[in-house]
Structure formats: C-alpha cells, structure tokens
Design a protein. Structure first.
Lengths: 130, 130
DNA sequence: CAGTATCCTACTGGATACTG
DNA sequence: CAGTATCCAGTAGGATACTG
C-alpha cells in the first residue's frame, strides 16, 4: 500500500530531501542506517524475539544500546512490543507492517557486507602499503 | 581468554555472519550503514564530485566528518580519489566499481526514508501520547 | 581548493546496581 | 526476565588554524 504522497514540491532540482539537515527524512535515515538496526532485523524478520535472546544473538551489543535502539524503533512504528504478563514477564519484539517493508533492504545490507568482506579487506591492506 | 566460541552455532546462521562481533563483515556493515555514507552516495552516484561541492550539498556534515568518511570509503575500495594537480589542486571523488554495486542499496535507503517520513513522524507523535 | 592537525566539549555507550 | 537509572570514561565530532 503506497502512500498517495504529493511529492515534495519544495525542491525541484533536489529531490533528495534527505540531504537537507532538518528534514524529517534525515532522522529516519539515521534510524535505519544505524549500527544495530540491520542486526536486530536479522532476528526479528524470522520471528518475534525476546529481549535477552536478541542480546545473546547480537554479539557485542550492550544492554543499554539494545534497549535504546529497540525503543527508538518502537517509537517510530517499525517494531512492536508485546508483553505477556506472566511471572517473570515475557516481552516479545516483532516487526510491524511498516518494519516488514524494510526487510529486503536490511537483508541486502547484511548480505552485501558478508559477500564483500574479503574484497574490502584486501582493499584495506592494499591501501596501507602506500 | 576471550570466547573461542563454538556456542553460537546453535543458530542456523552462517559462521561468517554480521552477528559475530569480530567478523570482518561487521566492520563492512558499520561502514555502509553509516550516518553519512548514503548521503555521499546521493552525490557520487551521479557524477564525480569535488570535496567542497560534497560538503555544500550535504547539509550538516562537517569538514572533519566528510574527510574521515571519504577516507574510510576510499581505504576500503568503495570510493576513488583522483587528483588533478592544477593550482589550486582539484580533487574528484567517484565510486569504484565495488562502490557502484552499492548504488541501488544506498538509493533504496534514502528513498525509504523519504517515502516514510510522515508515517514515522505520526508514529512518533502517537507514541508520545501514551 | 584540499587536507591535516590540534584543541576541547558533549555525548555515546559500557558497567553496574536496583525495581517490578 | 525486562526495564530504568546512574555514573563515568572514552571518543566522536565541531571549531579553528595552518600547509601546500
């Protein structure tokens, strides 16, 4: 379902509003082009996942950063949080439909990184020898 | 001393996975899922661009961060730097073929951000009223 | 114009402790 | 288990000045 969005009439020659510092799209970009977002997606795109399971799966993320990133994503309607009031409580994070529309993109980011890591590493080494 | 982990093989994830902290792909992901990379691509995907033109076009980026990000991308073989030794010197940045393979991905990131900024903004406001 | 270096502040983000 | 709050150390990153 695409938005019948009246395209930004503000800049004819500059359709990249994301280049404008104060444009809301810049904040959205900062959210999705984030250090941890693509990794969280790697888990959530498969199935709803609990907090501690996320932290265990994503090596190197701290409790604080996971909380913070999840909260940001939830706040922006990309991630949903469901509490089951058992004791102790079980909280599951999942992707909203908005979030689901990002799955291919986030997967492509991870995939590119994994597929080109050798190439990039070789370039880095070659650069050093200059 | 550190984990010689076999443990995470419980997931059916690739051993060379961005989920592994020390995996080179993680660094690659950090490079491309970066605050400024997608914006630099917005310019370079069109044509080779000079340093100052980049800084003028990308609102909010500082001299230092632009230098740093360009150097990182160059170092990893994604961006190329061509010096024309005129006076004053003219330096043009462009995408390598490796970098060019990222164009669709970076464009998709920007596009998603721009297309969903209202939706995200509405979610953010709705969240606050709770 | 392009790049490097320095200084210095502000914030990121980790470790820890505590609540429900 | 999930979440919040606090402290604080390290560093990201802006402003500035200087070279070629």
């Amino acid at each position: 379902m695409e938005e019948t969005l009246q395209t930004s009439s503000t800049h004819n020659l500059s359709p990249h509003s994301v280049l404008i510092a104060h444009c809301p799209s810049r904040q959205v970009l900062d959210l999705i082009a984030d250090k941890w977002t693509a990794l969280i997606f790697a888990l959530l795109e498969r199935q709803p996942t609990r907090f501690n399971e996320l932290q265990r799966a994503i090596e190197g993320i701290s409790h604080k950063m996971l909380t913070q990133t999840l909260r940001n994503l939830e706040q922006r309607g990309i991630v949903e949080r469901k509490i089951t009031p058992t004791i102790p409580p079980a909280v599951e994070y999942s992707l909203s439909s908005l979030g689901a529309s990002l799955i291919p993109l986030m997967a492509a980011l991870r995939q590119w990184a994994e597929e080109h890591m050798e190439e990039v590493e070789l370039a880095r080494q070659a650069y050093e020898e200059k």
